[in-house]
Design a protein around this ligand. Structure first.
Ligand SMILES: [Zn+2]
Length: 72
């Protein structure tokens, strides 16, 4: 699992697919869960979002902001 994360980071810095790997959203720490974070807008865990914009909730303010500024 750790190795997979490192590979994802490698892709992020060395390929033109930076938009596909999105970890720049505002996050908050889960209460009582020191190593768990979630998106502040849609409350989905970062481990479920996994760097993918489409894994945010469809009505997530961050996702909407990103998709409207980067037309596909
Ligand atoms: Zn979100």
């Amino acid at each position: 699992m750790q190795k997979q994360l490192q590979q994802a980071g490698y892709f992020y810095t060395s390929t033109p697919y930076q938009e596909a790997f999105d970890i720049d959203y505002p996050q908050e720490n889960l209460e009582g869960e020191m190593y768990k974070y979630r998106c502040m807008s849609c409350k989905i865990l970062t481990t479920e979002i996994n760097g993918r914009l489409e894994n945010h909730a469809q009505d997530c303010a961050y996702r909407i902001g990103r998709t409207s500024s980067t037309p596909q």
